[in-house]
Every structure is written in structure tokens, then in C-alpha cells.
Design a protein around this ligand. Structure first.
Ligand SMILES: [Zn+2]
Length: 134
């Protein structure tokens, strides 16, 4: 039998939550230093090679299951009260989510946090953005 060509993919799944925050390190006259809220949208990406037996990289249901406890922790909360999110910028929120997902989703490749329709932060993990190998 001919050996199947590896299929490399990235899967992306979104989850949303509503939360309040303020940015305590922003200048006092900056609008983000005041208490306000967002409808956050988080995109979780996993990447790797498709399993030739199942035909998938990861079951989307498995990603959803991994996200559920985080959504519970974040939805309708004041983010500054959550341990590790005392300065809840999109940047630190992305890292906070990454740390909690990586044990359950070892193929995790990025976390994108959008506070608004026009502002997003992408975090590629502690090693930074992966370089193209070819
Ligand atoms: Zn904000």
C-alpha cells in the first residue's frame, strides 16, 4: 500500500465570554484605567499532522471540553479578582488561557484574545511565533 502523504493543519475554535476589568497599570487618565466591560472572543488554535486512521488532528469536541472550565471561570466575572489576572490586559489574558489549556491540548499553537471587533492579541506560547521551516 502506498504511504499516505502527511496532512498538516491548524484547527481553530472560538469561545466567548462577557467580563469586566480595569487596567491598573494604565495611566490614571487612560480610559482603560476605569472599570469597564467587554464581550471577549477567544480563538484557540491547535496545529499538527492529521492522524491517518481517524482523519482528524483533534476532535473539536475535545477542544470544547477543554475550554468549558475556563469559560466558567471567566464569564460574568471581574477579571482583576482572578488569581494571575490582577493586570488583565489581552496579552496577559492570552497567556493565562494558554497555561491552563496546554496540559489538555498539547498541540496548542496560539491563543487570540479579542476585546473588541477591531483589537486582538495573538499569543504563540512562551517560545514565541513559530518560524516557517520551508
Ligand atoms: Zn478593556
Amino acid at each position: 500500500m502506498e504511504k499516505a502523504e502527511p496532512v498538516t493543519v491548524e484547527l481553530r475554535k472560538d469561545f466567548r465570554f462577557e467580563a469586566a476589568h480595569r487596567l491598573p497599570k494604565a495611566p490614571a487618565d487612560h480610559k482603560c484605567s476605569r472599570l469597564h466591560g467587554h464581550s471577549f472572543c477567544v480563538e484557540v488554535a491547535v496545529s499538527g499532522t492529521v492522524d491517518p486512521v481517524t482523519g482528524w488532528l483533534v476532535d473539536f469536541g475535545e477542544i470544547k471540553t477543554a475550554l468549558a472550565p475556563l469559560q466558567d471561570q471567566l464569564d460574568h466575572r471581574y477579571l482583576n479578582d482572578i488569581p494571575g489576572l490582577e493586570n488583565p490586559t489581552s496579552e496577559y489574558l492570552a497567556r493565562w488561557i494558554w497555561k491552563r489549556l496546554i496540559p489538555r491540548l498539547p498541540n496548542l499553537s496560539s491563543i487570540t484574545v479579542a476585546e473588541t471587533c477591531t483589537s486582538r492579541c495573538v499569543y504563540w506560547g512562551p517560545e514565541g511565533k513559530p518560524r516557517k521551516t520551508r
